[in-house]
Design a protein around this ligand. Structure first.
Ligand code: SF4
Length: 312
């Protein structure tokens, strides 16, 4: 199974570009590794609104029901300029799979920027989004968007990787699929992946394909399927949902295994539930059995290899 190459929009300072307010960049080992497997579309919103490097501090503050972006030292309100740049940039994007933005930034943060009570920036109000990060989430709520800090959490990282590589897979596949048979095959290969995220949408995608008629508009069906797929992956997943998928796949082999193998796998699923064993370990065992029993249907399931092993 070949793994697609995601295209992700990345804060330029995370891609080792010296564009931060102080002329430095951020060195993050995971981002450096990720670049080997992804295409980065880099952007520095603050440079794009001509703030230059180095630059004075800018802040986000709450103003009535809105948030403003402000450069205190020069008494400049940058809100309209940043929103206008963000909308223009985001509207120009196509064929991408997600975002990786710098945390804690008044421009790029997706949830942990310091938001002040007023433009004096002496009293802290709450944590919130940077001005660019807020526009990203408003315009693309279903696309995976994370910051480098949150990706230190292994569950958040795995979920992000599954989503960006799966969206890259459907984006690349849709360029090649030109009939309903091709779409059915894609759907079959992604059945257990989708089941781990959203069973209702999995069914809706199956019924979209089942209802397809000779005179249906195939491009329209593909688009609806793509949107359902991406929104499905935006659903909250859980250990319970993954466990359900693991048990379904295990069901393909259980009567071919000896009692010790069966019991050992069941004990590992309990350990997974209790955070002692991770999901990858169980998936690797199922992968070994699908090779051993030459189960082509399971071997083709994308959930068995959702992203390159190197990425953790
Ligand atoms: S956090 Fe965003 S705005 Fe700030 S330097 Fe990095 S890319 Fe530029």
């Amino acid at each position: 199974m070949t793994i697609a190459k995601p295209k992700i929009v990345v804060s330029a300072c995370l891609d080792l570009q010296p564009v931060r307010y102080n002329g430095l960049f951020v060195k993050d080992d995971f981002v450096i590794k990720l670049k080997n497997y992804c295409e980065f579309i880099t952007i520095c919103p603050e440079l794009s609104v001509n703030l230059g490097v180095p630059r004075d501090r800018i802040i986000v503050y709450k103003s009535d029901d809105d948030f403003r972006l402000y450069q205190t030292s020069k008494n400049i309100d940058l809100t309209d300029e940043m929103r206008s740049f963000s909308n223009k940039f985001l509207n120009s994007l196509s064929g991408f799979d997600g975002f990786l933005l710098k945390g804690k930034s008044p421009s790029c943060a997706i949830g942990n920027a310091l938001v002040y009570k007023d433009k004096e920036a002496k009293v802290y109000h709450a944590k919130g989004r940077g001005m660019f990060g807020a526009e990203v989430i408003k315009k693309f709520p279903n696309f995976p968007t994370e910051d480098e800090g949150r990706l230190k959490n292994v569950n958040i990282k795995q979920n992000y990787l599954i989503r960006i590589f799966s969206i890259a897979n459907i984006r690349e596949s849709m360029l090649k699929i030109n009939n309903i048979k091709g779409l059915m095959e894609f759907h079959r290969e992604n059945k257990y992946l989708l089941m781990a995220f959203n069973q209702q949408k999995l069914k809706a995608m199956g019924s979209l394909i089942a209802k397809y008629q000779k005179d249906s508009d195939f491009e329209e069906t593909k688009k609806t399927y793509f949107d359902l797929f991406v929104s499905s992956l935006a659903s909250r997943t859980s250990k319970g949902k993954y466990l359900n998928v693991l048990q379904h796949i295990f069901g393909y082999f259980s009567d071919k295994l000896n009692p010790n193998e069966r019991n050992y796998f069941i004990s590992l699923t309990e350990k997974y539930f209790n955070n002692i064993v991770d999901l990858k370990t169980l998936i690797e065992i199922l992968k070994i059995w699908s090779y051993r029993f030459e189960d082509k249907y399971i071997l083709e399931q994308t959930i068995l290899s959702p992203y390159p092993d190197d990425l953790g």
